[in-house]
Design a protein around this ligand. Structure first.
Ligand code: HEC
Length: 333
């Protein structure tokens, strides 16, 4: 079959153009490769790089061959085996470099009959040492914002290593924090940056503190902020009147628990003064929950009996005044 068509072709060509019937007609397969050398670049151990090679036939008969590689760190991913490329046809061969030892590697891809070989090269690097993941900044601090207002901050997660890693940004105990962009699963390639935006929207005054987990390759990130009350409490204006009406019957000169809450004496008896009975400051500016005064009016059993011990508890608003005054810094205002 093949022989017959050759004979016919020779005859046809010569009828049209041969001046000298003695010239032989040449059948040739011409091999065109997309490259004579393939560089796989730098690859960390445990990873691989792939490149494609195009082999075309610009001749007038089939190009037959088979790709063989001289080093087992290079393998054929697709397009391997023996091939027969018709005239004007081509095949695509995908090669992989998956190094097993560090260093520079060289190999040859032999394409079989009629094709010059293709040089292969790659450099194997040791697995990355040190940090792969850089957080910038390394924590997110909102400072103080008024309650019922919101603030947003963005940080970056950068892959500064040589291999990709997975991220899955999520808050541990979200509270008033929320990830508004960059949450969830993503693969981060070397050199890539993920931007994660965190929103802080406190509705209750207080100090909030949590952590943001990014993935096993990255450190967790501290996230904190203070929700400050939308109003300012005055010690003289709001707290002293409470003391006068509910406390000074027991807490005046040589008062119970060594505490004098009379106007003119109260402030100096409270702020950063160690409690006689509980060994910690009566008022720690910024920290109502650690302060004996606030614990006492709440009835926190850590600080003994609720104050005042007789009659009704302080109202929610009165307790809020004390809490807010401490959060705002326990000023003598
Ligand atoms: C009926 C008397 C009485 C009244 C009224 C009273 N207290 Fe007391 N308070 C005491 C006694 C007794 C102690 C000591 C025992 C204890 O620590 O519970 C004390 C202790 C305290 C202490 C701890 C002092 C220390 O350094 O250990 C604080 C703070 C306090 N009271 C705050 C208040 C406040 C604020 C009010 C008003 C809202 C108030 N008390 C009203 C009787 C009273």
């Amino acid at each position: 079959m093949r022989l017959v068509s050759r004979v016919v072709m020779v005859a046809a060509v010569c009828l049209a153009a041969c001046s000298d019937l003695g010239d032989p007609y040449l059948y040739r397969a011409d091999c065109d490769r997309s490259t004579g050398g393939m560089d796989f670049g730098q690859v960390a151990l445990g990873h691989f790089a792939e490149r494609a090679l195009l082999v075309a036939n610009s001749g007038n008969t089939n190009l037959d061959g088979e790709v063989t590689l001289s080093d087992s760190q290079f393998t054929i991913v697709s397009g391997g085996g023996s091939f027969s490329i018709p005239p004007d046809g081509n095949i695509r061969v995908v090669l992989r470099y998956a190094p097993v030892d560090t260093g520079f590697d060289r190999a040859v891809a032999d394409l079989g009959t009629g094709c010059p070989p293709v040089d292969l090269a790659g450099t194997a690097l040791p697995p990355p040492e040190g940090p792969q993941c850089v957080l910038d900044p390394t924590s997110v601090s909102f400072g103080a914002i008024k309650i019922n207002q919101t603030a947003e901050q963005t940080f970056q997660v950068r892959n500064v290593g040589l291999i990709d890693f997975n991220v899955d940004a999520q808050l541990i105990d979200a509270g008033p924090f929320e990830i508004t962009s960059g949450a969830g699963f993503a693969a981060l390639d070397p050199g890539d940056t993920l931007r994660v935006t965190v929103k802080f929207a406190p509705t209750v005054a207080g100090i909030y503190d949590t952590r943001l987990h990014i993935g096993s390759t990255c450190d967790t990130l501290a996230v904190n902020g203070t929700g400050s009350p939308p109003f300012t409490v005055s010690f003289a204006g709001q707290l002293q009147p409470i003391f006068n009406s509910r406390c000074t019957s027991c807490h005046s000169l040589n008062g119970d628990g060594g505490l004098d809450l009379r106007a003119g004496f109260s402030y100096a008896n409270l702020v950063n003064v160690i409690s006689v009975n509980y060994g910690v400051p009566r008022v720690i500016p910024g920290d109502p929950d650690g302060s004996v005064l606030y614990g006492k009016i709440l009835g926190n059993p850590v600080f003994g009996a609720r104050m005042p011990p007789t009659g009704a508890a302080l109202t929610a608003l009165q307790r809020q005044f004390v809490r807010t005054w401490i959060l705002e810094g326990a000023n003598n205002n």
